[in-house]
Design a protein around this ligand. Structure first.
Ligand code: ZN
Ligand code: ZN
Length: 274
């Protein structure tokens, strides 16, 4: 069988600094490819800036100016947050944010994570710098992903097959399933990464999702608009293992929005009537 996939919820814009398109260009590409949903998830990580001030991340705080329905494409406001600690800590959670972007002192103690992500719809949580997990046991790495899934903003575990941190796939997949959160199968992973080919790992993860009934998202991780909505290698991998289409939660807008609401990350179901 072949799959019809009408959402792409892991994409990058110029903000990510090693990506090359604007949100407007990405939306236009999504519309051209016939997508119903585009999720923008730029890096929320130290790779963006050597400093850690809210000014460096203000790109994320004003995304309500993006039309929710933009030229017929539903646009989701997200970020790809780095996982940084074995207890599942995400970038910005241990950084105090004392002031807003114009320097006004904020009341109460808020973290950079809270200030930056509070208006976003969802997070993809991924590992890019795996040094902290180098000597982790399988149990510790598994617990890390379980803790990440407990974060109310996290909807997707990003490219776990490529990150170089082995974990107990069944345990994490079952926890994701229970929370209506998604395991990502990432097209960009098949280009190879610092840990070499991860096709076998990605296939194994997809197979366990199929067997245990856990939803996945097929994502491009596009860093240029040309790549939006283009996932041939992921699709052929899923075809090879006869992956059930009903578990591809970004296959259409209705399914995806329903799953986000079920996961409790955001409720956009009112837009489905439009
Ligand atoms: Zn990533
Ligand atoms: Zn990415």
């Amino acid at each position: 069988m072949t799959y019809s996939i009408k959402g792409d919820i892991h994409t990058h814009t110029l903000f990510s600094r090693h990506a090359y398109s604007t949100i407007t260009e990405n939306v236009a590409a999504a519309r051209e490819r016939g997508l119903e949903v585009l999720g923008s998830a730029d890096h929320f990580a130290s790779m963006i800036s050597p400093t850690v001030h809210i000014r460096d991340y203000q790109f994320f705080i004003n995304q309500s100016v993006w039309p929710r329905m933009w030229d017929g494409v539903m646009v989701l406001r997200g970020a790809e947050a780095d996982i940084l600690t074995l207890d599942g800590g995400l970038f910005g959670q241990d950084i105090v944010c004392p002031e807003n972007i114009v320097g006004r002192v904020l009341k109460g103690e808020q973290t950079l994570f809270e200030c930056t992500t509070k208006n976003l719809d969802y997070l993809v949580a991924s590992i890019h710098y795996d040094e902290f997990a180098k000597n982790a046991t399988l149990a510790q790495a598994t617990q890390m992903y379980l803790n990440v899934l407990d974060n109310p903003k996290v909807f997707v575990l990003g490219h776990t097959g490529r990150s170089g941190v082995p974990y107990d796939i069944d345990e994490v997949v079952l926890a994701a399933k229970e929370k209506h959160k998604l395991i990502e199968i990432n097209e960009h992973s098949f280009a190879g990464g610092p840990h070499g080919s991860c096709v076998d790992t990605c296939r194994k993860i997809a197979e366990r999702c199929a067997e245990l009934g856990c939803g996945i998202t097929v994502s491009t991780d596009a860093h240029i608009s040309l790549d939006i909505g283009v996932f041939p290698r992921t699709i052929s991998l899923l075809e090879e293992i006869h992956f059930p289409e009903e578990l591809i939660m970004n296959r259409d807008r209705k399914t995806l929005v329903g799953e986000m609401a079920a996961a409790g990350v955001c409720d956009l179901t009112s837009y489905l009537e439009e």
